[in-house]
Design a protein around this ligand. Structure first.
Ligand code: F6R
Length: 240
């Protein structure tokens, strides 16, 4: 585990973005899997700036979805697909043909998981996975108890995930399930970056750093990866 602590969110975002940029510059046709959520917003701003400054070109990269809320789609504020388009894909001008995203409104969710798995098997391994962490230790929608050897699957959302997830939605939602890449995808990726910011993440970061790999705390699985970067700001690292 390569643990790096930065003075604030701004520096964390810039350094995480630089890591991703370096991966893309090394392999401009690579496959990327990038999280939605509040933590990576600053990283995506930096990536868009880097691209506009000509430091990196994402036009030949492929992007695979990390996760999606079952029932939501592009039209829904708070869906992962809309978040990624608003914050990254549209500002970068990424072609839809280079994006494979879970359809949270698919009629057959198992088949949808298979479709995304097949995309990863065909275009992978994933060059870089960027993850955030939930206060329950989830990564993507791999909730506590998720198997480390699972690929994409339908996840029953943890109570904490449902409660905390309310922050993404302007209107109240009744969300019970998610679609997510599995931990096995993360372990088979070339690089995994987990970012956490703010005092609210300090407790789960302390547990993740101190605990051996255990399914009760999904983020600990990443310690099994040889190229696992844990990037924190000072507040998220404050209990270490
Ligand atoms: C989002 C995702 C989630 C978030 C996590 C942290 O695509 O997969 O696992 O990364 O819940 O969310 P934020 O960054 O909003 O604290």
């Amino acid at each position: 585990m390569d643990l790096r602590i930065y003075s604030d969110y701004k520096e964390l975002s810039k350094e995480a973005a630089k890591l991703i940029m370096n991966v893309v510059n090394a392999n401009p046709t690579g496959l990327l899997c990038l999280a939605a959520g509040h933590t990576p917003v600053g990283i995506y701003k930096c990536l868009v700036d880097f691209a506009r400054e000509g430091k990196v070109d994402f036009s030949r990269c492929k992007f695979v979805s990390l996760d999606e809320w079952v029932g939501l789609g592009m039209q829904d504020e708070g869906s992962c697909i809309k978040f990624m388009h608003d914050n990254l894909f549209n500002p970068l001008g990424i072609l839809e043909s280079n994006i494979a995203f879970f359809n949270g409104q698919a009629s057959d969710l198992e088949l949808e998981c298979k479709r995304i798995d097949e995309f990863v098997f065909k275009n992978g391994p994933i060059d870089v996975v960027l993850l955030g962490i939930g206060i329950n230790g989830h990564i993507g929608f791999n909730e506590p108890g998720s198997a480390f050897d699972a690929y994409s699957h339908v996840a029953i959302l943890d109570e904490i995930t449902k409660e905390v997830g309310k922050k993404y939605f302007p209107v109240q939602r009744q969300l019970e399930k998610g679609l997510t890449l599995g931990i096995k995808h993360f372990l088979e990726a070339r690089n995994v970056i987990l970012v956490a910011s703010g005092a609210g993440k300090a407790e789960i970061i302390k547990k993740t750093v101190e605990s051996p790999p255990d399914t009760s705390l999904p983020a600990t699985a990443l310690k099994l990866h040889n190229n696992f970067y844990l990037l924190l700001d000072k507040e998220a690292a404050s209990l270490l």
